[in-house]
Design a binder for this molecule. Structure first.
Ligand code: SF4
Length: 390
């Protein structure tokens, strides 16, 4: 069967997946999109990084990236992206400066590609895309890097199951067939954090089947319902979306007066959960506007409310020095104090095991995991859980 749109992209699929109405407004009705500040900001940061790295490669340089050049490029990208506000400008500058410092020594020969275009044949479709950056790690490994300017970090599950990364893996394997390993990294620029993952054959096969299924769904869909979600506030078609307008006005359709009707309880709970995500994101958007003004003022008093920024402190005690101080004060042995105070965070152990897998190999790490399982201490607390079923 021939489809009208045989060219797919990750953006096209994820738009349909996230909200069919947004897909229709964008790709079928071809409505003029109005990207909000976060989208324009992300685009401007990407443009700077692309040019900065490309120039480094073209000049065949080895050494640090130029911070001065990054600043000049940011000024240009800022104007082109029609951004405004000192706080947003400074935020971009801080991200770029920190990126340049984090890169350290960059050998142009290790950067294999910047904004690399790819095409993948998936069933009757061709998936098109661009990868932000690809590095050669060693003679067997390439690293695909995708820049993100998100405020929220992805969860480990999101990184490990990202469709975007599965597609990038397939593309990297096609473009650099010598690579036996493909490392996939989301560079979370606001957080100075690289979240890395890999894919096995089973995951890649599932991704291909999923893309083909989704591709067919986008072609065959006759209805395009609005799916309110936490990202509506960033949606470039929110101005044309009646569901978003109604959500901002707090319009509700399901009110459960009889709580013995559990079907109705669940329906209202889901409606409220969806609306609260939209309203929470809108609250954040409004707070960002106020915060930008608080850069220039100690406080604002508006609509009978006083707004201020304050420094919230958080504490952590370095292990060795803390034990030393406590041992001196109490006369207790270090081992005694460790037994009483120390435990290792689950995430820290998982991160270490993931790193160790690269040097020790999967089998050795699996044995290690089994050994650790035998000593782990579990605590349980009840949590409410809800997930849509098909
Ligand atoms: S605002 Fe939300 S519900 Fe409306 S089109 Fe955009 S993503 Fe869909």
């Amino acid at each position: 069967m021939a489809f009208k749109n045989q060219h797919l992209s990750y953006s096209r699929l994820s738009r349909f997946e996230q909200c069919p109405l947004s897909f229709k407004l964008h790709y079928i009705d071809k409505r003029q999109d109005e990207p909000g500040v976060p989208l324009r900001f992300g685009k401007a940061v990407h443009a700077v990084l692309e040019t900065l790295l490309r120039e480094h490669m073209e000049q065949e340089r080895e050494g640090a990236l130029s911070e001065e050049r990054a600043v000049a490029l940011w000024q240009e990208a800022w104007a082109a992206g029609e951004l405004s506000g000192l706080a947003v400008f400074e935020e971009g500058l801080a991200i770029l400066r920190s990126y340049v410092r984090r890169q350290g020594h960059v050998d142009h020969q290790d950067v294999l590609a910047i904004e690399k275009r790819f095409e993948l044949e998936v069933g009757p479709f061709t998936v098109l895309g661009f990868i932000d950056r690809v590095d050669r790690v060693d003679d067997e490994t390439v690293e695909v890097i995708d820049y993100k300017t998100n405020r929220l970090l992805f969860s480990r599950e999101e990184v490990d199951s990202s469709l975007q990364m599965s597609l990038y893996h397939l593309a990297a394997r096609q473009l650099w067939p010598w690579a036996k390993r493909v490392r996939l990294t989301f560079d979370m620029l606001r957080h100075d954090l690289r979240m890395t993952t890999e894919r096995d054959e089973e995951q890649l096969a599932a991704a291909i089947a999923y893309v083909e299924t989704m591709g067919r769904m986008t072609e065959e869909a006759r209805e395009f319902p609005a799916r309110l979600n936490a990202n509506c506030v960033y949606c470039d078609h929110r101005q044309d979306c009646p569901a978003y307008a109604a959500a901002l006005q707090g319009e509700r359709t399901v009110i459960c007066e009889d709580t013995s009707d559990l079907e109705l309880v669940a329906r209202e709970r889901e409606e409220v959960a969806r609306l609260s995500k939209v309203l929470y994101a809108r609250k954040q958007e409004l707070e960002d506007v106020l915060k930008a003004h608080l850069d220039a003022h100690d406080e604002l008093v508006l609509a009978g409310v006083r707004y201020r920024m304050f420094n919230a402190a958080s504490k952590s005690y370095p292990l060795d020095r803390t034990l030393e101080v406590l041992a001196r004060a109490t006369g207790d042995e270090r081992e005694q104090l460790v037994g009483r105070l120390a435990s290792i965070d689950n995430k820290a152990v998982d991160g270490l095991l993931k790193d160790l897998a690269k040097t020790l190999g999967k089998d050795r790490v699996n044995l290690l995991k089994a050994e650790l399982e035998a000593v782990v201490e579990r605590r349980f607390s009840q949590r409410f859980w809800a997930k849509e079923v098909a």
